[in-house]
Design a protein around this ligand. Structure first.
Ligand code: ATP
Ligand code: MG
Length: 556
């Protein structure tokens, strides 16, 4: 959380109050992912908030895997989540925690509830339980098994644990209030039977605690002070509190809810992201078009830009959708400040400088960063044959076109002014080469005859350059709300979301690029080596983002 002058958000106000009144002397938060998928931009928000609050107030933040549903969970996800949290710039306090570390304790507390007459074993199946539950407007009905004796409940629960019953045949439920206006309080399920191997506990358990029964108690065991979650859990808070009040827990944590981060043109459901991966619509969880943290990392987004975006989006209880261009803005802001400049021609067109000697090479120098002298200078060889972008030459053009036109002048960035003399075409009429002449004495000066160039274009030497592939990305979905209102998000997949350009030519300094470097290719955007496909022999650059927002214009 950055120390800018924005007003405190509502959670910060609560924390500052709690510290001021002495309710707590220090705070302790946690980030509790379920390891059933890779983390996405929504989780980044939760990470930034929980770890950021701990940082800001000198507290601690735990990483706790909320691993109560072994069927969908996997060690692969456990590992990716740790990497993502650290990449975002955070470190959890002490050891990693797992809700499954507390299965023994949770089991003992379930027995405690049974002995207190506050929990019972129920034989209703899922469908019957739904019927008994009632609706938002009608109260539920009590289960016929609700009045079982403590002894019978103890015996049945023990048998559940011992594996004597098949999946789904019995549950342990809290005995609260079937007439409660809050459906979550209508005798909620605390344990279900699942004969499944667990990635942490193996085959030790065949009964697993519910999220609602696990979360608050895990918070209490870890002495979490502020348990922050998203708004959909607001209606679960009475149950969270009921468990804390009715169990001999060591602490009394409190749950606070904020609205989840939704971003337009983006899907933030692990299930749907997994579907994109499983059905090969994308190149894995870390496809650079994915809104996953690993995808954004491979795409070249920076941790700082993502944290800044979370901060800009704010923390409230109001449901809303954030414009993805806010994220893009944050990325450009950060990359503009830190990225070395380079020239790379994406669609090369040869220009022969007819009056430039065949055997001459000059070294042009340019700043690595126009606003940051400390980043030094770079060198680019200049010779008779250079490459410019095909889009930067026209035989004829109107005044808006400030690039090279036949018979007109343009400045080569960091180099001479040239004037186009002739366009050479192939049999199909495609321009395959431009012949031009260099205007002498125009390094750093305008032409002596006073006829100024129309604009500035980038170039590379046709003799000395780095041959590379460039991957241009567009939004993965064409629809601002790909999965809203029951829409099938696959219907709005953007068929043009990946464009691969080969034979691109970059300035020679790009041969030194590493996976950690992000460059601004002048006039083209920000680029980073692709961690999956790039090799030293054949660099592959991902476009992180363009220089300015062209989406709205292109789409309208
Ligand atoms: P599911 O539980 O359906 O698998 P989830 O997105 O809730 O999906 P969790 O692993 O439970 O995944 O999420 C971990 C934490 O991240 C939770 O505290 C959750 O509230 C928070 N979180 C998830 N999605 C968002 C979001 N879009 N915005 C903010 N926080 C989020
Ligand atoms: Mg969840």
């Amino acid at each position: 959380m950055s120390e800018n002058n924005r007003p405190l958000n509502f959670i910060e106000r609560i924390i500052e109050d709690d510290l001021a009144t002495g309710k707590y002397t220090s705070i302790h938060t946690r980030f509790p992912p379920e390891p059933n998928g890779y983390l996405h931009i929504g989780h980044a928000k939760s990470i930034w908030l929980n770890f950021g609050l701990a940082q800001k107030y000198g507290g601690k933040c735990n990483l706790r895997f909320d691993d109560t549903n072994p069927v969908k969970e996997d060690e692969e996800y456990v590992e990716s989540i740790q990497k993502d949290v650290q990449w975002l710039g955070y470190q959890w306090d002490g050891e990693i925690h797992y809700a499954s570390d507390y299965f023994d304790q949770l089991y003992d507390w379930a027995i405690y509830l049974i002995k207190q007459g506050k929990a019972f074993v129920c034989d209703l199946n899922a469908e019957q339980m739904r019927e008994y539950r009632g609706t938002l407007t009608e109260p539920g009905k009590e289960s016929p098994f609700r009045t079982r004796s403590v002894e019978e409940n103890m015996e049945l629960f023990e048998k559940m644990r011992a594996g004597e019953f098949p999946d789904g045949t019995r549950t342990l439920r809290a005995k609260i209030d079937m007439a409660s206006s809050n459906i979550n309080m209508r005798d909620p399920v605390l344990y279900r039977i699942k004969h499944a191997n667990h990635h942490q506990t193996g085959d030790k358990w065949c009964i697993y605690p519910s999220y609602d029964y696990t979360h608050g108690q895990s918070d209490a065991i870890e002495y979490i002070t502020h348990s922050i979650c998203t708004l959909e859990f607001e209606a679960h808070r009475p149950l969270y509190d009921w468990c804390i009040q009715n169990l001999p827990v060591p602490a009394e944590p409190h749950q606070y809810e904020f609205s989840r981060l939704n971003v337009n043109y983006t899907i933030t459901s692990k299930r749907k992201l997994k579907q994109l991966v499983d059905e090969n619509h994308v190149d894995g969880w870390n496809d650079p078009r994915m809104p996953t943290i690993s995808g954004m990392r491979r795409r070249g987004y920076t941790p700082k830009a993502i944290r800044d975006f979370c901060e800009m989006a704010g923390v409230t209880k109001v449901e809303g959708v954030v414009d993805v261009s806010m994220l893009e803005y944050a990325i450009r802001e950060d990359l503009n400040a830190i990225s070395p400049r380079a020239m790379c021609v994406l669609h090369p067109l040869k220009v022969t400088l007819t009056n430039y000697p065949e055997d001459r090479t000059e070294i042009m120098t340019a700043p690595v960063h126009p606003q940051d002298e400390a980043m030094g200078t770079r060198e680019m060889p200049f010779c008779r044959e250079i490459l410019i972008d095909q889009d930067d030459f026209r035989e004829e053009a109107n005044k808006q076109y400030k690039r090279l036109v036949l018979g007109k002048r343009v400045r080569l960035r960091n180099s001479y002014v040239i004037e186009a003399e002739e366009a050479i075409k192939d049999a199909d009429g495609n321009i395959i080469e431009v012949r031009a002449r260099v205007l002498e004495e125009t390094l750093g000066n305008n032409p002596a005859d006073g006829v100024k160039p129309k604009g500035v274009i980038h170039w590379v030497s046709a003799r000395d350059n780095v041959d590379c592939e460039v991957r241009l990305y567009d939004r993965l979905f064409n629809d601002p709300a790909p999965d809203a209102g029951g829409k099938n998000f696959l219907d709005s997949l953007n068929p043009g979301s990946l464009e691969i350009l080969s034979g691109c030519k970059g300035e020679i300094g790009l041969a030194q690029a590493t996976l950690d470097d992000r460059y601004q290719f002048e006039r083209e955007g920000y680029f980073v080596l692709d961690s999956r496909y790039s090799t030293p022999e054949k660099p592959v650059f991902n476009r992180v983002i363009g220089l300015k927002d062209t989406w709205e214009k292109a789409a309208s």
